[in-house]
Design a protein around this ligand. Structure first.
Ligand code: SAM
Length: 553
């Protein structure tokens, strides 16, 4: 399970070392699986996962919990590390906890940030002379020179001081700071099925995988085992890439994140400016659209001013129908400015309905204007904030309208491999919860007019989840078990045995699932554009108008 026989380390000018495939991999094939050298729970999630095997315990986010989730208990001394069994507690005690327990107890109720705990463990391995591990760390990038110039470098110095003190490492301080910089550059977050970051892991082999915004592989976790999986065929000798960011974001946002967190400019095919005349389907993640004819236009053709500053080329009219855009000449800069001022970040701190309503009306206004596609920011981030808000306050009908937009008009369109968009699976689970609550509490009068069979929709979504999860996580993952217990049992209980039996013996086509889901799609569209639900029929051309751009090939 060490992965070394199927990948080869290779140097690539401009991006350093990377991993290439040592054999052909089919789409969806496992490239390798391994337990990372070091992994630690994220401070906020310590009481929700086993610190040794990372099995999930109930989280408080959703109100519906599986019947049999792992029962975890805390270490009696520090009360900061949790375990699912005495065996896990013993293993962790021997491996790390006997040295960390006193430190964690003395800091309680605070817990050091996860990179510090990770570094403490690495320093401990160094004290134990784990030469192989340290050799593999030697050549990794730290970007220490770039980090020194940043305001928050002093925080890294403080964190290194803490780690040195706690681990009693004899390494020179500068070496420890550099090691922390390596941890920051090379560690990966561990998400749970709801896509919360529950842990941080570091593994010198996995660290070698470089980034692409159109990756050929994805990194997933099943408890404490990481799995590198091909998302399309990879030929022997081809470099393996994962995405370090949410690769469904538009290019400037991806670029900004990669520069800030990883200190490089991405030049992958998805980041290169489109060739002149490359046609309207270049990359829907980036495009704005002509409000008159719907032709996408690339806002990111940049040119360098004489002082070296990158500026947008003026885009004043649609290349297809020659409609002059409002606010020309620099329509893109104007739109970016409007996007930045929607106050999307504020929504995370929503205190009342008027803020939520304010954001929704701003989004509707943007949509009416017709230049920003729905699957682009600010729509994506706004819905990500609004949906939990409406769920929290039990406004399930509004939550359904927005999860419908997210599911039908954003997630499906933002990536070439929607089934490998891990956050889409988390969104589907949320969709299931919203449907379950609507079944329990009854639909609003507006929703009643749509005569949707909610049981049907619920059944199909859970079936889709069951089909998608093994594609990504492999068979018998904890994620699959989680869905089976939490969602399937909930669904079966809601349907009762007779209805459940009918559903189990039919395909989704036979049941007419897609037709029912189309009703939710129409409801979501109608809700968003304030159309009369009764009259509203979502034809293909309505949908195209609503989306504002063309689908991916
Ligand atoms: C996790 S490491 C990947 C391994 C790294 N190439 C090495 O030699 O150690 C991340 C760093 O690799 C570099 N990198 C990764 N993907 C890149 C890309 N597509 N283009 C340029 N540099 C990249 C960046 O410097 C980034 O901070």
């Amino acid at each position: 399970m060490n992965g070394l026989d199927v990948v080869i380390k290779k140097y690539f000018p401009g991006r350093g070392n990377g991993l290439v495939a040592a054999k052909n991999f089919k789409a969806y094939a496992e490239i390798f699986k391994k337990i990372p050298e070091v992994s630690v729970p994220e401070s906020d999630f310590r009481s929700y996962i086993c610190a040794n095997c990372f099995v999930l315990a109930p989280t408080t986010g959703d109100k519906v919990q599986p019947a049999s989730v792992a029962k975890i208990f805390s270490c009696g001394k520090c009360r900061a590390s949790y375990y699912c069994s005495q065996q896990c507690q013993l293993q962790d005690w021997k491996a790390y906890h006997k040295r960390e327990c006193k430190i964690l107890a003395s800091l309680a109720p605070q817990v050091p940030p996860s990179p510090v705990v990770l570094l403490m463990r690495i320093l401990k391995m160094q004290r134990e002379n784990r030469d192989r591990f340290f050799k593999s760390m030697e050549g990794l990038m730290s970007h220490i020179d770039e980090r020194r110039k940043l305001d928050d470098f002093s925080t890294l110095v403080l964190m290194s001081k803490g780690a040195k003190e706690y681990s009693r490492s004899a390494l020179p301080f500068d070496a420890i700071v550099e090691m922390l910089c390596k941890v920051m550059t090379n560690s990966a977050t561990i998400p749970n099925p709801n896509y919360d970051t529950v842990g941080l892991m570091f593994d010198p082999l996995v660290s070698l995988v470089n980034h692409s915004c159109d990756p050929n592989a994805v990194l997933v976790f099943n408890k404490n085992v990481l799995l590198l999986r091909a998302v399309r065929p990879i030929k022997e000798g081809e470099e393996i890439f994962i995405s370090y960011t949410d690769n469904t974001m538009p290019m400037p946002e991806r670029k900004k994140q990669l520069r800030t967190l990883y200190f490089f400019d991405c030049h992958c095919a998805a980041c290169r400016p489109p060739e002149v005349g490359s046609g309207p389907k270049a990359d829907p993640r980036n495009d704005f659209t002509c409000p008159r004819c719907g032709t996408p236009f690339q806002p990111y053709s940049m040119r360098s001013a004489p002082n070296g500053v990158q500026i947008y080329n003026d885009i004043s009219a649609c290349s297809s129908c020659h409609y002059r855009f409002p606010d020309a000449p620099n329509v893109v800069a104007n739109l970016e400015h409007q996007i930045a001022s929607t106050g999307v970040a504020e929504i995370n701190r929503i205190a009342n309905d008027s803020m939520a309503n304010g954001l929704v009306s701003k989004l509707k206004q943007f949509h009416k204007q017709g230049m920003i596609p729905l699957h682009r920011s600010p729509f994506t981030e706004s819905l990500a904030s609004l949906i939990p808000y409406y769920m929290k306050y039990n406004d399930w009908s509004t939550a359904l309208a927005f999860i419908g937009i997210q599911y039908f008009f954003q997630d499906e369109m933002r990536t070439r491999q929607p089934e490998f968009m891990l956050i889409r699976l988390a969104h589907m689970m949320r969709f299931v919860v919203i449907l379950a609550y609507i079944i329990n509490t009854g639909p609003s009068s507006r929703l009643q007019q749509c005569s949707i069979d909610f049981h049907e929709c619920l059944w199909g979504l859970v079936s889709e989840l069951e089909r998608s999860i093994p594609l990504v996580y492999g068979k018998n993952s904890t994620f699959e078990a989680h869905v089976r217990e939490k969602y399937k049992n909930m669904m079966l209980a809601q349907m009762g045995p007779t209805l459940a039996r009918i559903h189990m013996s039919s395909t989704l086509e036979q049941l007419g699932w897609h037709k029912e889901m189309d009703k939710i799609k129409a409801y979501a569209m109608g809700f968003f554009i304030d159309s009369d639900v009764k009259k509203f029929i979502a034809t293909d051309s309505d949908i195209m108008k609503f989306i504002g751009t063309e689908l991916l090939d």
